[in-house]
Design a protein. Structure first.
Length: 298
């Protein structure tokens, strides 16, 4: 019996709510999903902060600069990397619910109901979006508090831009993780893939170090990783205010800092800024959305 559009929406909402409830019941899972990006941030501060600060200082070649703005500039670079990586890692971790349903046979039970495969796939995607967005909002609160303590140069528009970009990044990451995990049926395999992905994704998207220090071949490879553009946009938003303050008396340093910290990306020989990155990122969302619907139909 073919279900109506309203019935499909209700089924989608029920399945999504079920996945969210299962995730929230696992208190340890919620805790470690939140803890993981915060640990990465602490490691950034302890081990990479001074290195990035020294790289920025070298650009000024002995000229006087605002030390507080420089500290904020480096901190915002680190936070942009943490947030962009967390969108991907948290999303993949949250897909454990779908994988467990496959392994336990729950997904087979759901599939024998009149609910279509598309509705089931989209329901898992929606629940993943809700879970990932909730965790990321918590990470953002901690990040904003840290920026406020160490040097706040964000405008109100920047804050709203960060929130909007977080929503888009979560959408993109949830699409990718849902599509990927549709083809994984073992909890152990999912854990192994998530572990490997968590270890390498930060490097592949240029979140842990500037892209321009990679070999040329690797710089081109990262262009095919959608979160690369997410990280680039986050950097431009988070670092904009501190960069303006830092270079208001030293305009020659603006382009040098932008190049050194990957505020622009070499796109096959053409430098692109945040506007083009956003267009490319939006295109990947459309492509992955179509792919998820297609996979759910066939």
């Amino acid at each position: 019996m073919k279900k109506s559009f309203t019935d499909n929406i209700r089924a989608m909402g029920s399945l999504s709510a079920r996945s969210v409830r299962i995730f929230l019941k696992d208190k340890a899972g919620v805790f470690f999903s939140l803890l993981a990006p915060l640990i990465v941030f602490v490691l950034f501060v302890l081990f990479l902060g001074d290195l990035q600060a020294d790289q920025a200082k070298a650009i000024f070649q002995g000229a006087e600069y605002d030390e507080k703005a420089l500290e904020s500039f480096v901190n915002c670079w680190m936070i942009a990397g943490v947030v962009s990586v967390a969108c991907v890692t948290v999303s993949f971790s949250a897909q454990s619910i779908m994988i467990a349903d496959k392994q336990n046979g729950n997904l087979t039970d759901i599939a024998v109901t009149p609910v279509s495969r598309t509705v089931i796939s989209v329901a898992y995607f929606m629940s993943n979006c809700l879970i990932t967005l909730t965790i990321l909002l918590c990470v953002l609160v901690v990040s904003f508090v840290y920026i406020a303590v160490t040097g706040w140069y964000l405008s109100v528009a920047d804050v709203f831009a960060v929130l909007g970009m977080t929503a888009l990044s979560v959408l993109n990451a949830s699409l990718i993780s849902t599509l990927t995990c549709l083809f994984i049926s073992s909890v152990n395999a999912h854990g192994a893939i998530t572990g490997i992905m968590s270890a390498v994704i930060g490097f592949l998207m240029g979140a842990y170090m500037p892209i321009n220090i990679f070999p040329k071949a690797v710089q081109y490879i990262v262009l095919f990783v959608p979160p690369t553009y997410s990280a680039g946009i986050f950097r431009n938003i988070f670092m904009r205010g501190a960069l303006e303050r830092l270079t208001e008396d030293l305009p020659y340093a603006k382009d040098a800092l932008g190049d050194a910290f990957s505020l622009r990306i070499d796109f096959f020989g053409h430098e692109i800024g945040a506007d083009i990155m956003l267009a490319i990122f939006a295109a990947t969302i459309v492509i992955f959305s179509a792919a998820l619907i297609f996979v759910g139909v066939v």
